[in-house]
Design a protein around this ligand. Structure first.
Ligand code: CU
Length: 751
């Protein structure tokens, strides 16, 4: 495949970019006396397969030698959310089928969603010094009906909660989640941001690291969380929850309360229908959400939705954030949505300080509003230093990022929480149990007592979908240099391209990812290596063991430094998430990538032009989800030191399901001889049609059918489901062979 050779020279159209603006992500950072050579640190973190027994969760070999630079660095805590790797797997494509199988449908009245405001308040009595232990959770996933903002819709819930339960653990603990899938679709849980060092098969990326958990099946996720920072991933129709990993250094934290605030875009129609529509011929725009949710709540105006079942949500159900007056409070914002960006601010508190970005501690920096793209996390410190009172915390979807900026059905782009000052210390703590009881059972009781904030917002409406790390100079603490030399540099053109049958698909160069749910990449790689099939040991772009049209796989045999140049040929911004590690964001800009030399690097990123000028590698921000803006570029660098197969994909659910993703295979040397635990293999024993339940429609479904709605009707009426797809695939074999995506279509459109 042409176009992404290792460190190839820039094409002519990439070189005429003097006119494009260049923004360095790395500002001028002060040298720090306890700066750590990051490459060495990463090396120490490496798993050695020989160090442990196969198939076991093991103690991490890593040594965390970083010293604290600035005092916040002492509280290296992370917010993480577990959710779906491929949310599409949740989607019910066949409502008839799910109706008969859904446990939730045994209820004639849908269960009321509980909305305790303190559900995501972190335990004030948490023992940061507790001995390392196994933290066990048992989750049951079911289909149900719910109405987070009043409008009722089919949802998929964990333990009947929405959003899902909070996981709170210490760094070094083993997390065990026993999952029972009682829903009608196959599913997998991705632990967004968790490195899974040595447990790649627990990463939860369906078709990449595991077979989905078929309906009726159980599975135990169990893995060690060490040297770890934040996490999260996308969710549709309800399956999402937060996870916080504490460190011992957090014990002396300079804030008196700590909580998670989940921001989420929300669609009233099942995601399955949207997924079908967005993948259909001729459709180019992603469906715009109906509403925004904060911790799973908002207030829809039912009269705006005469054709839907709707019950007004009372103001008493809004998230309430009680903060002790005069103290500081940590708010861990997580965008768990699948599409929308959020801008977040607190009325009359323009002094929110960001202290954590995707699990990395940064020196406090004033940012308001906070702009969060899907999959990203930011911790902010709120100082409750005003006169006593109540204030709105506002999170607003950035509608200028949507192709259609008006929300359907008078949708609500803003979601709010009530921030109330309390006079005494630990007031919230004392209320802990009472509050949850009251909220769940006596929602109306205190409505008269509720004082709604009277504050207003002067929040500007943002018009550009540009990553906050492009505009704010985050300074990680402790400082950490990026390696000066990249061993490999990959140029990836990102696009939404229209191919045959007018199907729009996400592409990286000319590849559009189609995961093989019944034969995950990790299984194929390990089996191949075990059988001495050296086609799986090919380094660089592997076009022998994988068909690059549907699986772009780039492999590294040993620990190497890898650059990714994401060149966005599309007008939409794309938040890219890398599994298994974090990436240094070295630079970003509009227009074409200007070439390494313009950034101070030697060609192909192999060192610095001027060794005395280390600005670009000096303490750049490291994160796991980074947005490349529309018609822009970003230069990323990571160390491929974590053995496994790691998905790299756009976090917009509509784009990732349309193929905007690829895989890195790291440490082939360590993968040789690695065994996947039997329980993980067993998931693949389910009948293939069970594994595909809820997955997005295959391309072949649309071949030859210009009228997708007609096709969908036929498809949904066919209870044989997958069988009909398979027959279609054979029937339209010729068309499939002709199916090629042209990735270069919009080059001329780039400014
Ligand atoms: Cu995207």
């Amino acid at each position: 495949m042409a176009g992404y050779e290792d460190g190839r020279p820039l094409l002519p159209h990439e070189q005429h970019s003097q006119a494009s603006s260049v923004r360095l992500e790395t500002g001028v950072y002060q040298a720090h006396e306890d700066m750590v050579d990051s490459a060495e640190t990463e090396d120490r973190r490496l798993l050695s397969v020989g160090d442990r027994e196969e198939g076991q969760v093991f103690a991490q070999t890593a040594s965390q030698t970083r010293k604290t630079g600035w005092f916040f660095a002492a509280f290296f805590a992370t917010s993480a959310i577990a959710a779906l790797a491929l949310a599409g797997l949740l989607l019910s494509l066949n409502p008839l089928k799910s109706d008969t199988e859904s446990q939730a449908n045994e209820h004639s009245t849908p269960p009321k969603l509980s909305r305790p405001s303190d559900r995501y308040v972190l335990d004030p009595n948490w023992d940061f010094h507790a001995p390392s232990q196994v933290r066990e959770y048992e989750w049951t996933i079911t289909d149900t009906e719910g109405s987070p903002d009043g409008v009722q819709k089919p949802m998929m819930l964990i333990n009947n909660q929405f959003p899902g339960p909070l996981i709170e653990i210490n760094e070094g603990d083993v997390l065990s989640v026993k999952l029972q899938n009682k829903a009608s679709n196959a599913t997998a849980l991705h632990w967004h941001g968790i490195f899974q060092n040595g447990t790649n098969w627990m990463d939860g990326a369906a078709g990449v690291t595991q077979c989905p958990i078929a309906p009726g099946q159980s599975y135990q996720y169990k893995f060690n969380v060490t040297n770890q920072s934040g996490t999260w991933v996308q969710a549709l129709d309800g399956l999402v929850g937060p996870m916080v990993v504490h460190t011992r250094r957090e014990a002396g934290k300079p804030y008196s309360s700590d909580r998670v605030i989940l921001l989420q875009d929300w669609w009233y129609d099942p995601a399955s229908g949207h997924m079908w529509d967005v993948l259909s011929p001729g459709v180019e725009d992603a469906p715009v959400p109906n509403a925004a949710l904060m911790n799973g709540v908002n207030q829809a105006v039912c009269s705006d939705h005469p054709n839907r079942k709707c019950t007004e949500v009372k103001a008493t159900s809004l998230p309430r954030i009680d903060v002790a007056h005069g103290e500081s409070h940590r708010l861990r914002f997580v965008n768990v949505g699948g599409f929308a960006w959020f801008q977040v601010a607190v009325d009359e508190h323009a002094d929110l300080q960001i202290v954590e970005v995707d699990g990395n501690i940064v020196e406090p920096i004033l940012v308001s509003p906070v702009l969060i793209s899907p999959g990203q996390r930011y911790s902010a410190i709120l100082r409750a230093d005003h006169d006593e009172g109540a204030f709105w915390l506002r999170a607003r979807m950035v509608t200028s990022c949507f192709a259609e900026q008006k929300l359907p059905e008078n949708g609500i782009e803003e979601t709010k929480a009530i921030i109330s000052y309390t006079s005494g210390l630990h007031t919230r703590h004392g209320d802990h149990d009472d509050a949850s009881t009251k909220d769940e059972h006596d929602e109306n009781d205190d409505e008269e007592d509720l004082v709604l904030p009277q504050t207003t917002s002067d929040l500007p409406f943002l018009s550009v979908c540009r990553d906050l790390s492009s505009t704010a100079s985050f300074q990680p603490s402790p400082q950490q240099h990026a390696p000066e030399i990249a061993d490999h540099s990959w140029y990836l053109r990102v696009n939404l391209a229209i191919g045959d049958w007018r199907l729009q698909r996400g592409v990286l160069n000319s590849s559009s990812f189609r995961p093989n749910l019944a034969h995950p990449t990790l299984h194929r790689v390990l089996d191949g290596l075990t059988q001495h099939n050296e086609s799986f040991a090919i380094q660089g772009v592997n076009t022998v063991a994988f068909d690059p049209e549907s699986e772009l796989v780039i492999s590294n045999n040993k620990v190497e430094t890898v650059d990714i140049i994401l060149q966005n040929m599309d007008e939409n911004s794309h938040p890219f998430h890398l599994h298994g590690t974090k990436m240094w964001v070295l630079a970003a800009g509009h227009g074409y990538f200007p070439g390494y030399e313009a950034l101070g690097f030697l060609p192909e990123g192999k060192g610095l032009l001027n060794p005395a000028n280390q600005t670009i590698v000096k303490n750049p921000l490291k994160r796991d989800t980074i947005t490349v803006e529309g018609f822009g570029w970003v230069l990323l660098r990571f160390i491929a030191d974590n053995p496994g197969v790691w998905l790299f994909h756009c976090h917009v659910i509509w784009h990732s399901e349309a193929g905007m993703g690829m895989q890195f295979v790291s440490r082939i040397d360590e993968l040789r001889g690695l065994q996947i635990p039997e329980e993980a293999r067993r998931l693949c024993d389910a009948p293939e049609e069970e594994l595909w339940k809820g997955a997005p429609p295959k391309d072949e479904v649309f071949f030859g059918f210009e009228n997708s709605r007609e096709r969908r009707r036929l498809h949904e009426g066919d209870t044989k489901g997958l069988n009909s797809d398979t027959q279609d695939a054979e029937e339209y074999d010729d068309e499939w062979a002709r199916y090629r995506i042209e990735a270069s279509g919009s080059v001329a459109a780039i400014a």
